[in-house]
Ligand binder design. Structure first.
Ligand SMILES: [Zn+2]
Length: 326
């Protein structure tokens, strides 16, 4: 059983950003409905440990109708390495992100002249340092943000001191490699531990992009208190991994189906004057037909008037003043 659950964790970790947390199956079997015995105060403490505060919505610069933030989580093989999965079918699939995926996407961004944000596990950058050089060689001002040390799942790590050490190491490593301290944080697999938000706040990040309580940016509350940190919300619908990664393993029959979902979400964001963020992975969407689909989507968005393509940092800096005084 121990070996089986180890293998299960490894499989789940390979699925990277889009899969549910590894289930604490034994705990849940022993006590399947703990929430039923909690007082409303206890429920509030759980529900609102990390929650949505003030909504931070436009207007966007220069009268733009919508803000578009393209983000790429450059996980490559780190999720597998973090759990000791040395299956080279899996590792080489991740390596594809560094070898072909990222370069193809960077060429596409250059062709379309749109900037992007790259959230990079620091170990991923150390293993393929040319990725940093390549991203920074663009004149588009791409952003590089923190995405853990080795894509460690923080609830699985379950250790406050070790989590702090890995966060510090990630910031220090990326700062040295890029020449700039990152201002954006995205948790590996979007999973916070109970300590993550406090550590992210103490580290002085401008924004986080791991939560999904709204379509629009909002201020994060920690135990009900304003943090001053901007949340740029993500969504599984707007992530390539559920379609192309993990258990899908390339089984999605048509990239056009994914295009339709992504475009429909953009159309409503445009009508609502909102925010449109995509989370993608070079080792997934960097493949030929998928990168071509993404380019078609960018071209579609560019044909509409008033679309502001920006890095997550630019969007966060634009909405941050809306936090104002409390
Ligand atoms: Zn990731």
């Amino acid at each position: 059983m121990v070996r089986l659950s180890g293998a299960l964790f490894a499989l789940l970790a390979v699925a990277a950003c889009a899969q549910p947390a590894p289930p604490a199956a034994a705990d849940r079997a022993a006590d399947p409905l703990p929430g039923t015995r909690l007082s409303t105060d206890e429920l509030k403490a759980q529900m609102f440990h990390v929650s949505a505060g003030k909504r931070l919505k436009g207007p966007w610069p220069n009268g733009a109708r919508v803000a578009v933030g393209l983000s790429f989580d450059v996980d490559n093989a780190t999720a597998a390495l973090s759990v000791g999965n040395l299956d080279y079918e899996v590792l080489s699939r991740g390596e594809y992100g560094a070898v072909d995926g990222l370069p193809r996407l960077l060429r596409m961004l250059d062709r379309q002249q749109v900037p992007a944000s790259f959230f990079i596990p620091a170990a991923s950058a150390v293993l393929h340092p040319a990725m940093i050089t390549h991203i920074q060689a663009s004149t588009l001002g791409h952003e590089i943000g923190v995405h853990g040390w080795i894509h460690e799942r923080l609830p699985l790590l379950n250790n406050e001191q070790e989590e702090q050490r890995l966060l510090d190491l990630s910031i220090e490593t990326l700062t040295k490699m890029t020449g700039k301290r990152p201002v954006g944080y995205r948790a590996p697999s979007w999973k916070f531990s109970k300590w993550t938000m406090a550590q992210v706040k103490a580290a002085g990040f401008l924004y986080d992009s791991s939560l999904m309580a709204s379509d629009d940016a909002y201020e994060i509350l920690l135990d009900g208190q304003p943090t001053g940190i901007v949340e740029l919300p993500i969504e599984r619908i707007l992530d390539d991994a559920p379609y192309f990664g993990g258990n899908a393993d390339g089984s999605m029959p048509s990239v056009s189906d994914v295009y339709e979902v992504f475009q429909s979400e953009f159309d409503v964001a445009y009508d609502e004057g909102g925010l449109y963020l995509l989370t993608m992975h070079p080792h997934m969407i960097g493949h030929r037909s998928r990168a071509a689909m993404l380019e078609r989507l960018v071209q579609y968005m560019k044909r509409k008037p008033g679309v502001w393509f920006a890095t997550h940092e630019q969007i966060a800096r634009h909405v941050q003043p809306l936090i104002g005084s409390h």
